[in-house]
Design a protein around this ligand. Structure first.
Ligand SMILES: Cc1cc2nc3c(=O)[nH]c(=O)nc-3n(C[C@H](O)[C@H](O)[C@H](O)COP(=O)(O)OP(=O)(O)OC[C@H]3O[C@@H](n4cnc5c(N)ncnc54)[C@H](O)[C@@H]3O)c2cc1C
Length: 443
């Protein structure tokens, strides 16, 4: 296109899905303009210094990046310039925090049967349910079901039911009635989102007995910002970006599009939209039925509290993360996920992040409850705190439920959607990566 405001593709949104889309399309030789409404690129994939605490750095939520060995980030690595793809440290194990310390969460069914945390009867019942589910999916190609529908509700204790519900909330942001079994299997490391068909099904069944653990998970050295920085540093000259420029209107213009922001109008052959799919019908006219369906996408809200420690603590001296469930005095149980991230702390200090899913209307209560739970489980933390920073964010633009999910290609020719509300596989950044691979296949 000759017009200086005209591009082969405009990418709306500069979160990790928009950035990876711009990078891959740019490296294929397309002229790309990426427009981001906030002041910074990265969306939910950033690391920053919290206000009032110089020297400390925190990520936007705690992150373990999944499927690093064979997953989408590894496949998209080839678009990064040499040396720009971040280095990851292994995120080894998950632990369950109890009053008397940590118990490693096993990654196989026989290992689960040895766990002390559950009553013996519940372990046998749950193991049977899990085996049944995986085999039904493998042999009978059983369709997607909810966690609630595959567990033997009437044979499990209230505490175990609460645990399963809390685990569902943690993994998908939704209750066990709405959380899909795939999310549970992927979250517990029994299934990998990428493989399909017969191989996937056989692998899934075998993994129950011979699972190498979480060896394909990692944490990027330098914080999750290093993923965002690596993409930006790899942009070729034909990829440009503007921050603080919100796309308010997209119109079909002949065979292309006109894209408007408060600052300018642009033309493009294609548009890749990476904001919330739910909000797209407010920006461009979409078919009524499609708009109705995307409105059903559900979101969860997460709270993360970062605790800066005056000195590192042996209680958090492991490479991985821990979970704990508070079911003491309420029916609305919470599940916490805590991860030490020592590399973001100033020298000789410690840093842990704790995340949980909350009701956004009850932020203050959740914050207090979260802090009290940590203090009761690891009392030495309270006296060792130097920095507290709280974040309330939407982790994924759509929770993995049993609902309809939009495909990358929209009903409008040349308009594509990417991001965590367009692919159900795996989690967060990996999910976003899967959507970008789908985009590349669709174009
Ligand atoms: C507590 C927490 C824990 C998490 N844990 C993990 C984890 O362990 N592993 C993992 O992989 N992921 C995790 N994530 C999730 C992961 O960070 C996100 O899912 C991922 O970064 C989302 O990328 P995205 O591009 O789909 O969306 P976003 O990051 O939401 O990006 C969308 C971008 O589009 C911009 N935008 C929207 N509308 C417009 C418009 N009209 N014009 C211009 N710009 C627009 C937005 O400002 C934003 O920058 C976690 C997140 C949180 C909060």
């Amino acid at each position: 296109m000759a017009d200086h405001n005209a591009y082969d593709a405009i990418v709306v949104g500069g979160g990790i899905s928009g950035l990876l889309s711009a990078l891959a399309l740019g490296k294929k030789g397309n002229s790309i303009l990426l427009l981001e409404k906030t002041d910074a690129l990265g969306g939910n994939c950033r690391t920053y210094e919290p206000e009032g605490f110089p020297g400390w750095r925190v990520d936007t939520g705690i992150h373990a990046i999944t499927e690093l060995i064979h997953g989408p980030l590894n496949q998209l690595k080839r678009y990064f310039d040499p040396g720009k793809f971040p280095a990851f440290r292994r995120h080894y194990d998950y632990y369950l925090r109890k009053k008397n310390g940590l118990e490693k969460i096993p990654s196989t069914l026989p290992g689960f049967l040895k766990m002390n945390a559950f009553p013996a009867k519940d372990k046998v019942v749950l193991a049977g349910d899990l085996l049944n589910t995986v085999i039904s999916r493998a042999i009978f190609r059983e369709k997607q079901k909810a966690v609630y529908d595959v567990i033997s509700k009437h044979r499990l204790s209230k505490k175990t039911m609460q645990f399963m519900n809390a685990l569902s909330y943690l993994l998908s942001g939704l209750s066990m009635e709405k959380t899909s079994v795939s999310r549970l299997l992927e979250g517990c490391g029994f299934s990998s989102g990428g493989k399909r068909g017969v191989i996937r099904r056989i692998t899934e069944t075998a993994k129950l007995f011979n699972n190498p653990g979480y060896r394909s998970q990692g944490y990027p050295l330098g914080g999750i910002q290093s993923i965002t920085d690596g993409v930006i540093a790899s942009f070729p000259k034909n990829v440009g970006y503007h921050t603080a420029e919100e796309v308010r209107k997209i119109e079909k213009d002949g065979s292309g599009f006109s894209v408007s922001t408060p600052k300018a109008d642009y033309l493009s052959d294609k548009v890749v939209y990476s904001g919330e799919v739910k909000k797209l019908p407010g920006i461009i006219e979409m078919p009524v039925e499609w708009s109705r369906q995307v409105k059903q996408l559900e979101q969860a809200t997460a709270m993360t509290i970062w605790l800066g420690l005056k000195e590192p603590m042996t209680e958090f001296n492991y490479n991985g993360s821990e979970v704990f469930c508070d079911v003491r005095d309420s029916d609305k149980e919470l599940f916490y996920w805590l991860m030490p991230v020592p590399e973001l702390a100033p020298r000789n200090k410690g840093l842990v992040g704790v995340s949980t899913i909350i009701d956004p209307k009850k932020c203050r209560d959740s914050e207090e409850k979260l802090l009290n739970t940590i203090y009761s489980l690891v009392p030495a933390v309270e006296k060792n705190i130097e920095m507290v920073h709280t974040q309330v964010m939407v982790p994924e633009k759509a929770a993995v439920s049993l609902n309809y999910f939009p495909s990358i290609k929209t009903p409008v020719n040349g308009l594509y959607v990417v991001g965590t509300d367009t692919d159900m596989r795996s989690m967060g950044i990996t999910r976003a990566g899967y959507s970008v691979l789908e985009l590349l296949k669709s174009l």
